[in-house]
Design a protein around this ligand. Structure first.
Ligand code: ADP
Length: 397
């Protein structure tokens, strides 16, 4: 008798590759577009192999291992920004491809055997879908809770600004408070609803709403916080904490925090620190903010190649940080504009909830504050290089 399970296992690689290609072409799975091969692949080969073992010889252990893969997959997809319909769609594709790839082998089997095989495949995939969605929901709810508490803090800051009518920003703050309050209220209801949901109930509507609230809240939060930061810089209200600073450690920490994003896109991060100054007098927090912002842009706007960070002493008064990428580049026409508030080069592939067009404005304000200069050289489709020059010792005013 043919061992369908073993046949399925032997086809794991082919099925996985066909599945990844189908996913990349599927317009309903938008979130997979920017992901590297390994990130889309995730735990799917393990799911197929466990399913194969179950088809060969049903065992409770394998069922549990499969369920764990389902749970892990949901968490990964939550981190990658998938939504519910995309998860369901990717599993539907998997089901189709598995059944297609076994069709020829099943032809010679009895009707009962075919029915039993299809039933088992369907029930396993359904179970994995429901577990993936369950862990996905947990991850999103956790995130919603985090965003909600950040929003509450931002709301308090806006309330203070509104109270101070002398601030120009108070008008903007007032405008922003209404949607902010409704988001906070809305997310409260969702969290409450989630707590009341009994197991087994359909939660997909909740999930979609949760997604919308999270994404819009994050964007609004970033807009408000970034606008406040620029306003503080421009009003000369930013206090610097000038101390002897280990630049290598600051840049190292910034790189470490962004490495997972580079890995997701298969990008190398190269750190050249051969001639790095041992210590400079600067504000470490602000310096880290500048470097993090530029490296994160370099990763975001690069699809292949690398991001390199060079830090070196220039002469006995100055030091440099050079952040270069091999990404999409910025046309000469746009190079001056990108430092202006809210300016984003329009590109469908790179618009996201993360983007506010305020990052480079903040960077250039902070560089000014640290008595430095920023210089951009870029060529479309070749990459961009941001060079920062700072004095080794900042003289406080
Ligand atoms: P955003 O939040 O949109 O990234 P920024 O102020 O950081 O805002 O950047 C403004 C615009 O400059 C971006 O929308 C992008 O078009 C462009 N940009 C910034 N950094 C890079 C880079 N390293 N490579 C290509 N384009 C970039």
């Amino acid at each position: 008798m043919t061992d369908i399970g073993q046949i399925l296992i032997s086809k794991t690689e082919t099925i996985t590759n066909t599945w990844i290609n189908n996913i990349r072409e599927d317009i309903e799975i938008e979130s997979a577009k920017g992901l590297a091969y390994q990130s889309v692949r995730d735990h799917i080969p393990e799911v197929i192999e466990h399913l194969g073992v179950m088809l060969s010889n049903f065992s409770q252990d394998k069922k549990q291992e499969l369920e764990i893969e389902g749970l892990k997959h949901g968490i990964v997809r939550a981190k990658q920004g998938y939504d519910v319909t995309e998860i369901i769609q990717e599993y539907s594709l998997l089901r189709e491809i598995i059944l297609d790839s076994l069709a020829e082998d099943l032809k010679s089997e009895s009707k009962e055997k075919i029915l039993e095989t299809v039933k088992l495949i369907n029930s396993v995939i359904d179970k994995v879908i429901s577990l993936s969605l369950e862990s996905f929901l947990q991850a999103r709810i956790k995130e919603l809770e985090k965003v909600r508490s950040q929003l509450v803090l931002t709301n308090q800051e806006l309330t203070r600004l509104v109270a101070d009518q002398k601030e120009n920003l108070s008008y903007l703050a007032h405008e922003l408070k209404t949607p902010l309050n409704s988001i906070i209220g809305f997310s409260n209801i969702l969290l409450q609803q989630h707590k009341n949901v009994t197991k087994g109930q359909n939660t997909s509507l909740n999930l979609e709403l949760t997604e919308k609230v999270i994404n819009n809240s994050k964007h609004l939060l970033r807009l408000i916080n970034d606008s406040l930061e620029i306003a503080r810089c421009q009003a000369g209200k930013m206090e610097l904490n000038l101390v002897p600073t280990n630049v290598k450690a600051i840049i190292g920490t910034a790189i470490e925090s962004l490495e997972p994003f580079a890995r997701q896109k298969d990008l190398d991060i190269i750190f050249n620190d051969d001639n790095i100054p041992k210590e400079v007098i600067t504000d470490p927090l602000r310096l880290r903010q500048i470097v993090t912002n530029l490296i994160s842009n370099a990763i975001r706007y690069t699809d292949s190649g690398n991001v390199s960070i060079t830090c070196q002493t220039e002469n006995n008064q100055q030091w440099l940080i050079i952040i270069a990428d091999t990404g999409i580049g910025i046309s000469s026409q746009n190079q001056k504009e990108v430092f202006k508030p809210y300016y984003r080069v329009s590109s469908k592939n790179y618009q996201s909830y993360d983007s506010t067009g305020l990052g480079l404005t903040i960077v250039s304000e902070l560089v000014k504050l640290l008595q430095g200069e920023i210089h951009l050289v870029s060529e479309l489709n070749k990459g961009s290089t941001f060079t920062l020059t700072f004095p080794l010792v900042i003289i406080s005013n």
